[in-house]
Ligand binder design. Structure first.
Ligand code: SF4
Ligand code: SF4
Length: 486
């Protein structure tokens, strides 16, 4: 059976339309370049995002001596995350979960208000695809020339142009990969080592994986990522209501569409001249005149394309517009539309973000500067000493989460007469002094000895209290004291 290439800009046959091929090879979409307000904003967003991505690892933040001076750093070796004044320990990873949760709700809020503004302007897939297409445009030319080059048989000219494009894409991909790795180490040092060939294989591997993904996704997969790989397009419509701003075609004004002829006016016909500029400018190759579609990423380039034609024919702008369906209906009836920011779902999203943000701020402001972890030794569970008393072994971990050496006092409670003996420290006492170096975890092996008469049976609750001598802050933890059955 013949396997024709399907132009994605054409309408797909409806289900049950007959015997079309089961497989169709996707053809590369070459959108036409457009000029206009939204195109300008997209360039601004691209410039700002790439600048932030590549410059952020070079921002310095003074944390004192012996501490990393990079403002944003994921220190995998030291198992620590740094974000300006914040230092996140592994057990505080829930802050990152909180941040991701707020980011997800912010995305829902953004979608409910302004449609797929994230996809069209800020998503890295869109940003890099725009950049890669710019390279193609600079090397080959606009849509018609790029399509002609794709159709042309292989020649020296085609080979050179394709090689230049792929080479520049590879450089951009590599810079994307390098930019990513710089968040995981001291950026200036890493950058020097990467180019000097002194970095680990892992770093070069990460650059290859991230850079390779950038190259393939933005260079070759393009809109396929948005259509088939990104889950967001599948459920975005659940966030829209009649007041969400989306890219729409004013059918009531545009139809019946008809090509413009010289000398003919626009009476008794629609304003759409069927020039297909909106279709050829679309990076996903759809026709927005067919209605709201999952493949529309909200880039608004069709608005710029259509406005250019409206200006040319001295017709009012906004045949394709970024507006709500409520306003569209109002205008169709000749009424004036308005934007409703405050509505149940916007309130709900703001409340959720405020609640999670508030919880995180509370958690951060009241976060402990030290932590105590106690692990009961299991082999043996207990030892009976020659005087009849019972001894249990424990491993203690004290996390000193500030950048100064600190002294702590450890006490046990819950069993009358219980004594502590830290291995290598003082012999049996009611309390023990523990010194922990700055920004470090102190690990201690210790024994608790208790008179058998004061025990409640096989398991007696035992409480460890750790007091920081400077501030008097305490941290209390419940554990168990094991004994033989009596
Ligand atoms: S229909 Fe318009 S807004 Fe949607 S993806 Fe195509 S050009 Fe962008
Ligand atoms: S660009 Fe405007 S006038 Fe041209 S086909 Fe699209 S909607 Fe119609």
């Amino acid at each position: 059976m013949a396997n024709p290439k399907i132009d994605p800009t054409l309408k797909k046959p409806a289900a049950g339309d007959g015997d079309g091929p089961l497989y169709a090879e996707t053809v590369m979409i070459h959108p036409r370049s457009v000029k206009g307000t939204f195109r300008t904003w997209k360039w601004v967003a691209l410039g700002v995002l790439l600048a932030v991505y590549h410059l952020a690892p070079f921002i310095r933040w003074d944390r004192g001596p012996d501490a990393p001076s990079q403002a944003i750093l994921a220190d995998m070796t030291g198992r620590r995350g740094y974000f300006f004044f914040l230092e996140i320990w592994p057990q505080e990873v829930y802050y990152i979960t909180g941040l991701l949760f707020i980011a997800a709700i912010a995305l829902f809020f953004m979608s409910a208000m302004a449609g797929r503004v994230w996809c069209g302007f800020f998503c890295f897939q869109t940003v890099y695809t725009d950049l890669f297409m710019l390279v193609e445009r600079l090397v080959v030319g606009d849509r018609a020339k790029r399509m002609a080059l794709d159709r042309a048989p292989w020649s020296a000219d085609k080979l050179v142009k394709k090689a230049i494009i792929n080479l520049v894409w590879l450089v951009i991909g590599a810079s994307c990969g390098i930019g990513f790795t710089l968040f995981f180490g001291d950026a200036p040092t890493m950058l020097r080592d990467i180019f000097a060939g002194n970095e680990d294989t892992g770093v070069y591997g990460t650059i290859a994986v991230v850079g390779g993904c950038c190259f393939l996704l933005a260079g070759y997969a393009r809109e396929q990522v948005c259509l088939y790989m990104c889950p967001y397009s599948r459920f975005q419509s659940a966030m829209f209501d009649e007041h969400s701003l989306i890219i729409t075609y004013e059918e009531w004004r545009g139809e019946p569409r008809k090509p413009a002829r010289k000398g003919e006016g626009f009476e008794n016909r629609g304003h759409c001249i069927d020039c297909k500029m909106c279709v050829t400018a679309c990076p996903t190759g759809i026709d927005i005149r067919d209605g709201i579609q999952m493949a529309c990423i909200g880039c608004a380039l069709c608005i710029d394309a259509c406005n250019t034609m409206m200006d040319k024919y001295k017709l009012p702008r906004g045949l394709i517009t970024w507006d709500s369906t409520a306003n569209l209906a109002a205008r169709e009836k000749g009424e004036k539309g308005s934007f409703r920011l405050i509505r149940p779902r916007s309130i709900l999203y703001v409340v959720i973000m405020a609640a999670v943000g508030g919880l995180m701020v509370f958690g951060l402001s009241s976060r402990k500067t030290f932590e105590l972890n106690v692990l009961h030794e299991r082999a043996p569970l207990f030892v009976q000493l020659s005087d009849g008393s019972i001894r249990n072994g424990y491993t203690l971990k004290v996390l000193n989460m500030v950048r100064e050496d600190r002294t702590f006092i450890l006490e046990v409670a819950g069993i009358e007469g219980a004594t502590i003996n830290v291995v290598g420290g003082e012999t049996k006492a009611a309390s023990a002094q523990l010194k922990v170096a700055a920004d470090a975890v102190g690990t201690y092996n210790m024994f608790v000895t208790a008179p058998v008469a004061k025990l409640q049976g096989k398991r007696t609750p035992l409480y460890f209290t750790l007091r920081e001598t400077g501030t008097g802050t305490t941290n209390r933890l419940e554990s168990l004291f094991a004994a033989p059955e009596r």
